[in-house]
Design a protein around this ligand. Structure first.
Ligand SMILES: NC(=O)c1ccc[n+]([C@@H]2O[C@H](COP(=O)([O-])OP(=O)(O)OC[C@H]3O[C@@H](n4cnc5c(N)ncnc54)[C@H](OP(=O)(O)O)[C@@H]3O)[C@@H](O)[C@H]2O)c1
Length: 274
């Protein structure tokens, strides 16, 4: 895909792999909407992009642990832009971000489920009219190989919480949503795919988890860029990639009944069912 004249939103682009992806897309000529919580980190990225002679990205500040903030972000983007060619849902927290205790979001939902999955679910739905108006357009959900099946009797993990499980169920939820949404969007010209970018990239999330990085941000970033812009994936939808390769996700992603339960729950929690 040629990026000249295209508009791309990358959530979680103030740091880590999202920052790399945003800079690359700006270098390719896209108008890049960057997002995160930290205005100062956003400013250093904008300066870096400008210094390299590319158009200045536009920063949107939103804490995605609040559904109201996610909704506000979508509304602002809808109000300020006439097109959105690619939406990269990348913002996320790791298994040990903010410690090992179970935490909840502003809306009272388990925090990793809320930030890593639910906010992206809401954003994709709210941004859909703009994506459709810009078709062919793409949604890329940055998930992981770390996947744990959801227990629909305790999605908020009130019992037996571990950060690893919370992270992994949020990542599988993103993939289940990808498979589900692809069906819903058939014929709209909007495709949606998910991926594991790379294993233990050298990012804040990995370092704060006490893990020694084994991949580079460039490796994972190039896999995200492949799904966002690659000609070979044009028209493909509902797929999970491990890096550059199409792959299989946890079996729950292909369980229609489980996806239906997740969709019903997500519509209810985000208020979209109303
Ligand atoms: N690192 C890996 O090896 C790896 C492997 C598989 C998948 N992934 C996935 O890749 C994505 C990016 O991860 P990363 O490794 O690049 O992490 P990172 O360096 O920690 O960056 C995370 C980004 O998400 C934003 N973010 C975090 N919490 C947020 C919140 N509540 N509201 C809004 N923005 C928030 C951060 O913004 P602030 O600047 O405001 O903190 C930052 O821009 C995640 O979805 C992660 O699950 C990573």
């Amino acid at each position: 895909m040629k990026m000249d004249g295209k508009t791309v939103l990358v959530t979680g682009s103030t740091d880590g792999v999202g920052r790399y992806v945003a800079a690359k897309l700006a270098a390719a000529g896209a108008r890049v909407l960057i997002h995160g919580r930290d205005r100062e980190r956003a400013r250093t990225l904008a300066d870096e992009i400008k210094r390299q002679g590319h158009s200045e990205p536009i920063f949107y500040q939103a804490d995605l642990s609040s559904l109201a903030a996610a909704r506000q972000l979508a509304e602002t983007v809808l109000a300020e832009h006439k097109r959105l060619d690619v939406f990269i849902s990348n913002a996320g927290i790791g298994s040990r971000t903010l410690g090992t205790e179970r935490r909840t979001s502003a809306d009272g939902h388990e925090l990793r489920f809320a930030v890593n999955y639910l906010s992206g679910f809401l954003l994709a739905h709210l941004l859909f009219p703009l994506l459709k108006a810009s078709a062919p357009s793409r949604i890329v959900n940055v998930a992981s190989l770390g996947q744990h099946p959801l227990d629909f009797d305790d999605v908020m993990l009130t019992k037996g919480y571990t950060g690893a499980r919370a992270y992994a169920q949020s990542k599988l939820a993103q993939i289940m949503f990808t498979v589900d949404l692809a069906r819903e969007l058939e014929g709209s010209g909007v495709t949606v795919n998910a991926l594991h970018p790379a294993t233990y990239m050298n990012t804040t999330m990995v370092r704060e988890g006490g893990i020694t990085p084994i991949s580079t941000v460039e490796q994972g970033g190039d896999a995200i860029l492949h799904l966002a812009t690659g000609d070979d994936v044009a028209g493909k939808s509902g797929l999970f990639f491990n890096g550059m390769q199409q792959s299989q996700a946890n079996p729950q992603a292909y369980d229609e009944a489980a996806r239906k339960r997740l969709r019903a729950l997500s519509l209810e929690l985000t208020g979209l069912s109303a």
